[in-house]
Write a protein that binds this ligand. Structure first.
Ligand code: HEC
Ligand code: HEC
Ligand code: HEC
Length: 423
């Protein structure tokens, strides 16, 4: 305790409080204080760890499981029901069994979990913190919903193989705070590497699909989307973002000049990050800032400044005409959103990075994000009267109008994304 107090009494404290207050003014909905009881702390951590998003089927009862995770070549896996139902859920488990499942990836009966459940990251949470999550889950209404059986191909169907995977890549453990760093940096590291499991998407993988932590948060492709480089490199990472913009993006899913979180990141913000306290968002910013710069070609993008006004839209190509007809109503010719700031896409990395990878995904799959002002929806354009070629032309136009990127094989990229989006 004494140690915590001492590390907190660093000169960083004043800055952190000021930063926190500025943010509190900027996002008045943000929570000001840390939760008081075990159940409240558990609820807070369950949100920081985004448990609900995976353990809920689309439109289903929260935490009653059934969301499908399909892995190409491996099969389909379902997140289980973790409500307190005694047979369908985890109501009959002891606290210790729950802690072992969440921190070690081992459910009762030596059922080894697959790392689609981010237990290697959750191992950073202490036993007490995971028990608090259990205390919160125990307050939910039990759901009798049965979890479908996984349909995995051999040899992936053999759970015992996870023993070897764990030996290679498996659970880390809680670690002590680094006394040489400010308390907020330590808190930020805990949130990012532990409950937040940001590396599950943003860190490249090794040959055995463990996290390549020599390039921690250096960017990776997940579910066909690019989870961008979060290191402090100025061109391919977050080095050129202001602290305020980064905090705003994490807390609200949007920062002017950097676009709006889409795809999986929209889920992360909508179900998890937007519930974090101002201080915790700030702590994450402090930690991300300190990541050593790592340059990645795929995340590079150079933006241009297109002129405003409908007359300024050069309707000389198919792509430009289609953009004017289909997109400009929401995004304007210069990318400044019309209805709300969430539609302001100016400066977004997706507009040009990785040969339009996320741009194409968002056109094919659409995106939606929960915000304090309701769900912000970007419609998908599959079956909306636009062909693969139309979408490719729109993507090419967006890339050359808003950035200096050179689009390549866009129609093939659209077809691949359409194929991947099929159920
Ligand atoms: C990225 C998606 C994801 C997130 C986030 C996630 N889980 Fe899971 N979880 C899964 C999947 C998938 C499984 C099943 C894995 C398997 O079949 O091996 C699972 C399994 C479990 C199990 C084992 C249940 C059983 O019947 O064996 C528990 C308990 C659990 N998760 C709790 C949690 C808690 C608590 C959190 C938040 C701290 C959480 N999960 C976050 C995907 C996720
Ligand atoms: C389930 C996968 C997933 C997880 C977990 C995840 N992200 Fe992301 N993240 C993405 C994707 C995909 C994008 C790109 C979104 C887009 O194109 O709009 C992204 C984008 C971002 C961006 C914008 C970067 C840029 O250059 O535009 C930031 C910042 C970010 N994530 C931070 C985080 C942090 C911090 C965490 C952990 C709390 C986290 N992410 C967890 C998938 C994820
Ligand atoms: C009905 C209004 C609407 C239309 C039409 C629309 N969008 Fe969007 N778009 C949005 C909103 C709202 C968001 C932010 C929500 C989200 O990403 O979850 C968004 C997000 C985006 C993003 C994500 C930017 C980022 O930061 O990652 C891109 C790129 C984009 N739109 C391009 C287009 C293109 C190209 C078209 C035309 C084919 C189009 N949009 C049509 C409303 C719209």
């Amino acid at each position: 305790m004494g140690k915590t107090l001492r590390t907190r009494a660093t000169p960083g404290l004043a800055g952190s409080l000021l930063g926190g207050m500025a943010l509190f003014v900027a996002f008045p909905h943000a929570h000001a204080a840390a939760p008081a009881t075990n159940v409240e702390n558990g609820r807070y951590l369950a949100r920081a760890a985004d448990c609900e998003v995976c353990h809920t089927a689309e439109g289903g009862t929260p935490y009653a499981g059934g969301r499908a995770f399909s892995l190409p070549g491996v099969g389909v896996m379902y997140a289980p029901n973790i409500t307190p139902d005694k047979t369908a859920g985890i109501g009959a488990w002891t606290d210790q069994q729950f802690v072992d499942a969440v921190r070690k990836g081992v459910s009762p009966g030596w059922k080894h979990l697959y790392p689609a459940m981010p237990y290697p990251a959750y191992a950073r949470m202490s036993v007490a913190q995971v028990r608090d999550i259990r205390a919160y889950l125990a307050t939910l209404a039990p759901s009798p919903q049965k979890t479908p059986e996984n349909a995995l191909r051999f040899p992936f169907s053999v759970r015992g193989l996870m023993v070897f995977w764990n030996l290679l890549n498996g659970p880390a453990a809680t670690y002590a705070d680094d006394p040489g760093k400010p308390a907020e940096w330590n808190r930020g590291r805990y949130l990012v590497e532990g409950p937040g499991h940001c590396g599950d998407c943003h860190t490249p993988r090794t040959a055995t699909f463990g996290l390549d932590n020599s390039h921690a948060l250096g960017g990776n492709v997940v579910n066909g989307w690019r989870a961008y480089n979060l290191t402090s490199d100025r061109q391919s990472g977050l080095g050129a973002w202001s602290d305020e913009d980064l905090a705003r993006y994490l807390a609200t899913g949007h920062a002017d000049g950097h676009g709006t979180a889409a795809g999986d990141m929209a889920d992360v913000v909508g179900h998890s990050l937007r519930y974090l306290s101002v201080q915790d968002i700030h702590a994450m910013v402090v930690y991300l800032r300190g990541l050593p710069p790592y340059r990645t070609a795929a995340d590079m993008v150079e933006h241009t400044t297109p002129p405003a006004g409908d007359a300024a839209l050069p309707q000389t190509t198919r792509g430009a005409r289609l953009y004017a007809a289909t997109c400009a109503g929401c995004h304007m010719p210069d990318g400044a959103g019309r209805q709300s700031s969430f539609g302001t896409i100016t400066g977004a990395r997706s507009l040009g990075a990785d040969n339009g990878r996320n741009l194409v995904r968002i056109l094919v799959q659409g995106s939606g994000m929960q915000t304090t002002t309701g769900v912000q929806v970007m419609p998908h354009f599959v079956g909306g009267g636009l062909s693969a070629r139309d979408l490719a032309d729109i993507a090419s136009f967006v890339m050359t109008h808003f950035t200096t990127a050179t689009p390549q094989d866009m129609e093939q990229r659209v077809r691949n994304a359409q194929q991947a989006a099929k159920p």
